[in-house]
Design a protein around this ligand. Sequence first.
Ligand code: EPU
Length: 339
Amino acid sequence: MIKIKENIDLTPFNTFRLKQAAEFFVIVKNVQDLRAAIIWAKENKQPIFILGGGSNILISQKIKGLVIKNEIKGMEIIDKNDDYALVEGKGGESWTKFVNFTVNQGLYGLENLFLIYGTVGAAPIQNIGAYGVELKDVFYHLKAINLKTGHEKIFSAADCLFAYRDSIFKNKLKGKYFIYSVVVKLSRKPNFKLTYAPLKTELAKRKITEPCLRDIVNVITDIRNSKLPNPGVLPNAGSYFKNIEISERKFKSLLKKYPEMPYFQSDNKKIKIPSGWLIEQAGFKGKRFGKVSMYEKQALILVNHGGAQAKDILALAEKVKKAVNKKFGVDLVEEVRVI
Ligand code: EPU
């Protein structure tokens, strides 16, 4: 039996800790609950909004309709051979617990993605990534439920149209599916991705030449803790903007002016520039505007020092965008989903 509640404060359910309400709210713990919630929304002619860990959203106003909080949990190895294992995580499971489970099983592939806030079900929506690995690298398929028809559909990696912090679920199918579970294909033999410079440097510093899975998890934990604010202490939603991707031509003209500018080659022949660097150069790193600032150790992260409202966050983001555009002639794009 599900219990639909009315006018629920969403402060505990978003890591920016913004005080906004849901018109209707329900927590689903299994697929029967979910189906009942879908039927309720249909009967009451209410739109549906799916909430995961609330770690990548900025709620700027009351959410109309029914907010469904996904708490369908569980994870298991569903198949394996000598080389690979397929591991399924239910959508409402904590991403970090899921990664920890795979590491404990001695499976390789997700270790670089340890300690990313949010849920398993949200991970494919923006193709989460860190330290040289993206979800798409190990993704096998996902099961999703159509919020209109209630039908289940399996999406292969190709169906998901994964790109840098992007997928079909942010575009054509935005808000149309409930991601019930995600299956990843992990290696049973070591195949570490250690190309990301800070990871390599940190392992060398610790004199670890043949790392095990736990070594990587420990190093990732330390790197993240040294740069990224814990939303439990300093509310934030991770990177506020994406790193920008620019054409070769634009890149060359910028590099002439800023020879020290860091950059990476992107998958799609474009050049990626860390937006954190652009924001720092524009003078916003650690600079506080009332209750908000761009984090002092990582300028890409917008933090709420307590009591900020969505309008404070949006105003700072706008200031940053304007300043970066003025200085570099490029446009920052939000990674955070503004609702
Ligand atoms: N940099 C600066 N100043 C800053 C921040 C960064 O100059 O204040 C420059 C430095 O040159 C640094 C480079 O940017 O070497 C890259 O910085 P960092 O390694 O911290 O990573 P990032 O590009 O800023 C991305 C992801 C993070 C992910 C890290 C590690 C995006 C939008 N963000 O950040 O993901 O953890 O790489 O792989 O792609 C998130 O998506 O919420 C997130 C935290």
